[in-house]
Design a protein around this ligand. Structure first.
Ligand SMILES: [Zn+2]
Length: 434
């Protein structure tokens, strides 16, 4: 099923000519209304009329998260505040949040793209959508909510937290679609097990999970524990919120990015050079329909690649491979680049280990240290010390083989690692405190 047959299946050359036209309009607008963009373009000797092909996009400077902070709160808005009908912000780990504003048309576009995303995930009118993304300044809750209403589904605005109540509502209201972070879905499964609730007795058929990187192995785990199809969704508030891209249920392989609204590029994060389709690098997105706060070549920090091959679902928009991590999350341990998701892949494949872990990075005598704390299941935990020792040396060896880093492994009791109702905190980097 396709929500917007006309736009989701446009031939490649039509997508590209539409992108060029919309890019030119966006550049004209920001050049005239946002001093920051005018300065950026002037700096490289570009004006909007010099952009005559999509390839010319590469000649424009990047926009960074820091640019949003420097222009806090409204400096990058391209319309007067009277035209902004909604403001969201993403929490900064340090200092001020980044602020985004939406015009009425932006809200409509967002709802349209979320409706497309729900349908791509296999949801339809008549579904009961249990929305456990947080409602508030975070874009997850309201973003999914408006899309669900646009689709004509019955949306339950649960927001995060209150896990036992979530389970009761799912049972009593007959929720068929779940939206939340992947780590929260696993927490729901854990609490359900404690409460003696079997997911097979629920009506859930699809879960749409995003807002943090997750792996194929976690997908299998979620699908087995929650008895549903797990779909990966992508979005970030700087670009729109949830619904920038999503996997289709037909292929469950790569996320279609809605190219009539966004232009994706993949760059080498060190040099800024644009990489050919198929190569891994940092995702850069330009918005070409957004009015409130257009983004020109925004560096997302997410690592992926573009899959240009046609998809079996019939949608013609290119796919992004599942995000393998963020350049921000990348740890450099004794000179080796390590993504938490790589360690997760190792852990998930080991029998007796639970998908709850934390990485503690520290520095001792000028040497980086990595400790992997991971929960084992009840049964393993009650095993003999010798068995536990052999399990931890196996984990150590597999991480060494796969990533080339030596680590300490600490097996911890079930349920000792803090559970999160939003994004899971996987890394504690103590080097930053020194
Ligand atoms: Zn597809």
């Amino acid at each position: 099923m396709i929500w917007n047959d006309e736009f989701e299946t446009l031939p490649r050359e039509v997508i590209e000519s539409l992108q060029l036209k919309r890019l030119q309009q966006t550049l004209q607008r920001v050049y005239a209304t946002v001093p920051f963009y005018r300065r950026q373009l002037d700096k490289v000797g570009m004006t909007p009329d010099k952009v005559r092909s999509l390839a010319d996009l590469q000649r424009l400077p990047f926009t960074l998260k820091q640019d949003m902070r420097d222009n806090y709160p409204y400096g990058l808005f391209a319309v007067p505040l009277e035209q902004i009908v909604r403001i969201h912000a993403s929490s900064g780990t340090t200092g001020k949040p980044t602020v985004v504003g939406y015009t009425r048309r932006d809200i409509d576009t967002w709802a349209e793209l979320m409706a497309r995303s729900f349908v791509a995930a296999g949801a339809h009118k008549g579904d009961v959508i249990h929305n456990a993304y947080g409602y508030g300044l975070f874009t997850g809750g309201l973003g999914a909510h408006y899309g669900a209403e646009k689709l004509g589904a019955s949306v339950i605005p649960m927001s995060g937290g209150n896990t036992k109540k979530q389970l009761m509502i799912m049972q009593d209201f007959g929720s068929t679609v779940l939206t939340c972070t992947p780590s929260y879905s696993l927490y729901l499964a854990e609490v359900a097990a404690e409460e003696g609730i079997d997911f097979k007795s629920l009506k859930l058929k699809v879960g749409i999970f995003g807002a943090e990187p997750w792996s194929e192995e976690i997908r299998k785990e979620i699908e087995a524990k929650l008895n549903l199809k797990a779909i990966d969704i992508y979005g970030l508030s700087e670009i729109l919120g949830p619904g920038v891209g999503i996997e289709c249920i037909e292929a469950q392989k790569g996320l279609h990015i809605w190219e009539d609204h966004f232009i994706p590029e993949i760059i080498n994060p060190e040099t800024g050079e644009v990489l050919p389709h198929g190569e891994h690098g940092e995702l850069v997105i330009t918005t070409i329909t957004k009015e409130g706060i257009p983004m020109i070549r925004y560096r997302t920090r997410d690592i992926t690649r573009i899959i240009p091959e046609p998809c079996i679902c019939g949608r013609t928009h290119v796919r992004l491979e599942r995000m393998s991590g963020r350049t921000d999350d990348m740890l450099i341990i004794r000179g080796v680049n390590v993504f938490p998701s790589q360690i997760e892949s190792v852990l998930i494949n080991i029998e007796g280990v639970e998908p709850h872990y934390q990485l503690i990075v520290d520095r001792e005598e000028n040497l980086d240290t990595l400790e992997v704390q991971v929960e084992v299941n009840e049964q393993t935990f009650s095993d003999e010390v010798k068995i536990l020792q052999s399990l931890s040396s196996r984990i150590r060896k597999e991480i060494k083989d796969m990533l080339g880093v030596t680590c300490k492994v600490r097996l911890v009791e079930p349920k000792t690692i803090a559970r999160s109702e939003g994004k899971a905190q996987r890394v504690i980097d103590k080097r930053k405190e020194q």
